[in-house]
Design a protein around this ligand. Structure first.
Ligand SMILES: NC(=O)c1ccc[n+]([C@@H]2O[C@H](COP(=O)([O-])OP(=O)(O)OC[C@H]3O[C@@H](n4cnc5c(N)ncnc54)[C@H](OP(=O)(O)O)[C@@H]3O)[C@@H](O)[C@H]2O)c1
Length: 216
């Protein structure tokens, strides 16, 4: 079966990705900041391996990469993100810096795989909508992520890897809140369908969970 690495799988969208791929028999590699107490991630069953990773920690990213030396990762999905309750520095480190650091560390394993796909969770709040950089720290962090993605993605494409960023919808997770308009299942089902259908021509797109292209 194919393999998927899911970064930030302790809860929310990342947890749902892990559960859905595990239910289909995929080889699932899921990261959490609390591997000693994985919570629901420890209960999803299937072929799941859990790794400890705080995405701000370069040594932990390097240790994760060592686990995949000579191995393959068909899909790499970065879901870890933070909206509130942290400093601006932490917001930038988690949302803007870490996704690219993680791809850099795991890229060779993705490029060796059969599927060669990368999906990074961004947000519509990171879109410039034809104007300047969004004013909230969260929007700014996702805007920086989008800009960096657009800059480096052609290199990944040249190496044969297909990569997209997703706006997952306003999703009813801890981050989105109970009043959100999209269920976790709807969002993750939609993104999984889109990822499965990606072709090299789609690389570099900013997609929504419905498969629509989002303006940058
Ligand atoms: N929900 C929405 O409406 C919405 C909308 C647009 C975009 N997004 C994006 O979608 C992604 C997933 O969001 P979500 O709704 O699932 O959020 P969530 O329920 O708040 O979950 C966030 C996940 O990120 C992890 N995380 C945060 N900081 C981390 C760190 N330093 N190291 C490792 N993991 C870390 C959390 O781990 P812990 O359990 O250890 O904290 C948790 O697994 C995020 O990138 C978010 O920005 C969400």
């Amino acid at each position: 079966m194919p393999s998927v690495v899911i970064i930030g799988a302790s809860r929310g969208i990342g947890l749902a990705f892990a559960a859905a791929y595990a239910a289909e028999g995929w080889e699932v590699h899921a990261t959490t900041r609390t591997p000693e107490d994985p919570g629901e991630l420890g209960d999803i069953g299937g072929n799941v391996t859990i790794y400890g990773l705080d995405v701000r920690n370069g040594e932990q990213i390097a240790a994760l990469a060592r686990e995949f030396e000579g191995r393959t990762i068909d899909h790499l999905i970065n879901s870890a993100g933070v909206l509130r309750g942290v400093s601006r520095d932490e917001m930038m480190a988690v949302n803007a810096d870490a996704p690219l650091n993680i791809v850099a560390a795991l890229f060779d394993a993705v490029a060796r795989s059969a599927h060669k796909k990368i999906a990074i969770l961004t947000s519509q709040m990171g879109a410039r909508h034809g104007g300047g950089i969004p004013s909230s720290p969260y929007g700014e962090s996702k805007c920086i992520l989008n800009d960096r993605f657009r800059e480096i993605e052609p290199e990944w494409r040249a190496a044969g890897v297909t990569s997209v960023v997703f706006h997952p919808g306003w999703v009813a997770t801890d981050m989105g809140g109970a009043g959100a308009s999209v269920s976790i299942d709807e969002s993750v089902t939609g993104m999984r369908r889109e990822i499965a259908g990606l072709s090299p021509a789609d690389s570099g797109k900013f997609l929504t969970w419905t498969g629509a292209e989002h303006p940058w």
